[in-house]
Design a protein around this ligand. Structure first.
Ligand code: BGC
Length: 898
């Protein structure tokens, strides 16, 4: 029989049994499972040892009377490098149950040990990707072996003819000159007694490939490898083999490899068995030692990029122009794996595009200079299978420029590649177009979360634009477990922060002067907003302490440039980027940039004050509270008329004022009414850009106008979220009018069809439509708020979120007669405040029982009944006050005065 209480998903630093953790005081989290309701943890104990039988204990927390089950910090003996620590957790609940977790482990990496290996560089004058190899000998019985490895450029590692690990694009993209990640692999099972071979293929990647503005060598002009193999023998002795001048080097068959441009591969040049012991490297050259610092090398922080799924092409298209094109049915990011059978010297040439033009022809103009081209030359020895390594493409369509033999769909597969984040959220509702929108949002996240959060994955950009990440972060935290992904990138945000506290527009910062020092509201603010978002969604206060100095420096930067320290009315700024009220020829929306900048200034100052409070920085807290108050006053004086009208007549000005609470209470209603009027005047359509759009539906539903928010969400004509869905989008477009009504494109300039920014509405789907919200005072969903916004436009909606505490579910359904059903799941060790919209006391049952018979706190007000409860699954049914459920505003073709 299953026990009444179980501990699952025990993690160290968010990971299950990780290797290479260089954190001095790692944190542990676990989840509880129980069939009973109202289960809480009343105490925990963590025991850590260096052996699996726990004889050698290095930390025993003892029984701690606490309900803390996430981010419990290690407080034991000083951790040693390259050591496996076993740990287990014991938990007591509020019902006299007690249990142990299974034994799990984490392993430290080099943990500050000096690298004994040397950086080596191939020293070849070629664009071909070099191969580097060496042999080493094992003569004793091996207990365990690890390899620690990094590169300047990208590397793929092989041991005795086998690829090591399944991570791609290693060592990842960071601000290389300040932070360079190394990876740790367990290679115990790769070794054999006698001669072993370790080898690496290197690619230019982000380090020295052709990058932003066509520049090469952004970080350096030499590829290099650094690796260290530690072999521990059964007899207790150890050997270390590292990169040194004895390594051998040769050109490999990848003749060209570039992130934007693709790969050229000549299979005839493949060196068969090059990383095996029976291969002779007599004609190879020796590697050269490279003097390059090792002090900025850090353990892998993010999640590895991997090939996550495979999709098959759905059809072969012959375009009017005569092109042969494969349609993968989905705008995706990764590459094509293909097979081919031909005599030696034939070519397969693939070009990748996101979209076909109006006439159905292959369209690549929006890729700008990115070539996205794979050129493969056959070897002629039967069936050959190829997929690239150090490049990725954003595409739905693949033109077969050359392909020998008959084209069969079966010979092609789309390999979807992104950072390997656990899927944590789902959303669905009764409207299929909205469901497709949700799918598109998720695909936008997959395509743009490839080691760093990018703006787009296809054209010659693919940069870590701070604004895009900032607006999408909250949505991203629903769909997938982004904690480590963002933590790693935030490390670079901090590393790239300028001395004056300013934060660059893209991270890693690849811009050259003067753009590399521009600051823009809504973009640079990521330095404050993102740590706060991670704190809220994952309950991780450590992220705030790690970034507090950086957050404060950024706010201080603004204070330094702001007029009277309160009005941020200087600087370039992107404003409400791509808003539809932009003037002719401009990308910047009509909302005054001073208003946008000051609004964000208030917002980040408020976050800083709250963070100061959490971190017990009392003086700072008081200072920034006051500063925040003064900014809000200044905002009101500057941007509101004395009678309480917002002078800037744009949707976004109203959205930001409401969202960031910059409105005097007596002017709130007028501000919301004016926003609604603007929307109505625009035939119930938005005009907002990057900064207004994410909050538009939120401010409406929070201010009693969920009906209008639904109206915007469900609109299918231009401009709207569903307009692009009806145009066949399978990802989120950069522009509302990426494809116009007549099928023509907005422009070839800057027209990405995989840009997640407008997908930030996903956050509203989860938080308002399905109603899964967190309580800021108990973040990480320790206290959950369930309050769906019902509307007659949908008959049901549901969302799930695998939180740090376990699975949260909310599903509502309206029956024809007006009955409402709300099914909710709350994980153990959390509480929830649940609102049953439009319910009346006396009419509600929960799993067949009257509500009053349950041990709940019940409150009734105009919005419905609110109950407070703890873990369990609950099924509420009630006859709703049907007339209260809002309907979406009627469609109007013309305004009355027209
Ligand atoms: C990017 C955007 C980015 C913007 C900055 C564009 O080129 O694709 O998404 O935020 O520049 O204004």
């Amino acid at each position: 029989m299953e026990s009444a209480l179980r501990i699952v998903s025990v993690r160290c630093e968010y990971r299950v049994n990780p290797l290479g953790i260089d954190v001095l005081r790692p944190s542990f989290s676990w989840k509880l499972e129980a069939e009973a309701r109202n289960v809480f943890q009343s105490a925990y104990r963590v025991v850590v040892a260096t052996c699996e039988n726990f004889k050698n204990i290095v930390w025993d927390s003892g029984k701690v009377l606490s309900d803390q089950s996430v981010h419990v910090e290690y407080e034991g003996q000083t951790l040693k490098p390259r050591t496996r620590y076993y740990y287990k957790v014991q938990v007591w609940d509020n019902r006299q149950n007690e249990c142990w977790s299974e034994v799990v482990f984490w392993e430290t990496g080099l943990l500050g040990e000096t690298w004994t290996a040397e950086w080596i560089t191939p020293g070849l004058e070629t664009t071909a990707c070099p191969l580097m190899r060496t042999t080493f000998s094992i003569s004793k019985s091996v207990r365990s072996a690890r390899i620690y490895v990094t590169a300047l450029g990208l590397y793929e590692l092989e041991l005795n003819g086998v690829k090591v690990g399944d991570a791609l694009f290693t060592p990842g993209w960071t601000a290389y000159n300040k932070r360079l990640q190394y990876q740790t692999y367990d290679i115990t099972d790769f070794l054999s007694s006698g001669i072993n071979v370790v080898g690496a293929i290197l690619g230019n990647g982000w380090y020295k490939g052709r990058g932003w503005e066509g520049k090469t060598n952004l970080y350096g002009d030499k590829l290099a490898l650094l690796c260290q193999i530690h072999v521990a023998y059964e007899d207790g002795s150890e050997d270390v083999f590292g990169t040194n001048e004895n390594w051998r080097v040769a050109e490999g068959p990848i003749l060209m490899s570039e992130i934007y441009h693709g790969e050229t591969y000549d299979a005839r040049l493949a060196r068969k068995g090059w990383s095996r012991a029976d291969y002779t490297d007599a004609d190879w050259a020796n590697a050269l030692i490279l003097k390059y610092p090792k002090d900025s090398i850090i353990a892998q922080e993010g999640v590895p990029v991997k090939a996550i799924e495979t999709i098959k092409p759905v059809q072969i298209i012959h375009t009017p122009k005569g092109e042969t094109v494969l349609d993968f049915g989905q705008n995706m990011v990764g590459w094509v794996r293909f097979s081919v059978e031909a005599a030696a010297g034939w070519k397969v040439i693939l070009k990748h595009a996101e979209i076909l033009d109006k006439d159905g022809n292959f369209y690549v103009d929006n890729l700008k200079t990115a070539q996205q081209t794979i050129i493969y030359t056959t070897k002629g020895e039967g069936r050959e299978v190829y997929e690239p390594r150090f490049t990725f493409q954003g595409f739905r369509y693949v033109q077969l420029v050359e392909y020998p033999g008959t084209i069969q769909l079966d010979n092609f597969e789309g390999i979807v590649i992104h950072s390997d984040m656990e899927k944590t959220g789902t959303f669905a509702c009764s409207n299929e177009l909205v469901n497709q929108l949700q799918k598109n949002i998720v695909w936008g996240q997959k395509g743009n979360f490839l080691d760093i959060p990018t703006d787009c994955p296809q054209r010659d950009e693919r940069l870590g634009w701070t604004g895009d990440a900032q607006v999408f972060a909250r949505t991203a935290c629903f769909n997938m477990d982004t904690a480590l992904f963002f933590k790693k990138w935030l490390g670079d945000v901090k590393a790239e922060q300028m001395e004056n506290g300013g934060v660059p527009l893209v991270i890693p910062n690849v811009f050259s002067a003067p753009v590399n020092t521009f600051i823009s509201a809504g973009w640079s603010d990521v330095a404050v907003i993102l740590p706060w978002t991670i704190y809220l969604c994952f309950g991780d206060v450590k992220i705030l302490s790690e970034h507090y100095i950086s957050m404060k420096a950024y706010v201080e930067y603004i204070r330094g440039v702001a007029e009277d320290e309160v009005l941020w009315n200087s600087g370039p700024h992107f404003g409400d980027w791509l808003a539809l009220d932009a003037g002719d020829g401009s990308y910047k929306g009509a909302t005054p940039k001073e208003l946008v900048a000051t609004a964000y200034y208030a917002y980040v100052t408020d976050i800083l004050a709250k963070s100061a409070a959490l971190l017990k920085q009392e003086q700072d807290e008081e200072f920034y509270r006051n500063l925040h108050r003064k900014i809000v006053e200044a905002y009101q004086q500057e941007f509101y008329t004395p009678k309480g009208r917002l002078a800037a007549q744009t949707q976004t000005a109203h959205v930001l004022s409401l969202m960031f609470d910059l409105v005097e209470e007596q002017n709130r209603q007028r501000t919301i009414d004016t926003l609604v009027r603007y929307l109505e005047e625009n035939q119930w359509h938005l005009k907002t850009g990057f900064l207004g759009t994410p909050y538009l539906c939120h401010v409406l539903s929070r201010n009693g106008r969920a009906d209008v928010a639904y109206k915007l969400l469900l609109a299918t004509d231009y401009p709207s979220w569903l307009y692009q869905v009806t145009k066949g989008a399978t990802t989120i477009w950069e522009h509302w009018d990426g494809v116009k009504e007549d099928g023509s494109f907005w422009s070839a300039d800057m027209n990405s069809f995989n840009h997640y920014a407008y997908g930030a509405v996903g956050d509203w789907l989860y938080r308002e439509v399905a109603g899964i919200e967190l309580d800021e005072s108990k973040p990480g969903y320790k206290r959950i708020v369930i309050k769906p916004a019902l509307c007659t436009a949908l008959t049901w909606a549901e969302a799930e979120l695998e939180s740090m505490y376990g699975l949260i579910k909310s599903r509502w359904k309206r029956e024809e007669a007006g009955d409402v059903n709300l099914a909710v799941t709350i994980p153990p060790n959390t509480t929830a405040k649940i609102t049953l919209p439009y319910a009346k006391r006396g009419s509600v049952t929960e799993s067949g029982q009257t509500l009053e018979s349950l041990p709940l706190v019940v409150e009734q007000d105009a919005s419905g009944i609110t109950v407070e409860l703890a873990s369990g699954s609950y099924n509420f049914s009630y006859a709703a006050e049907v007339d209260w459920i809002p309907d979406i505003p009627a469609t109007i073709d013309k305004m009355p005065w027209e």
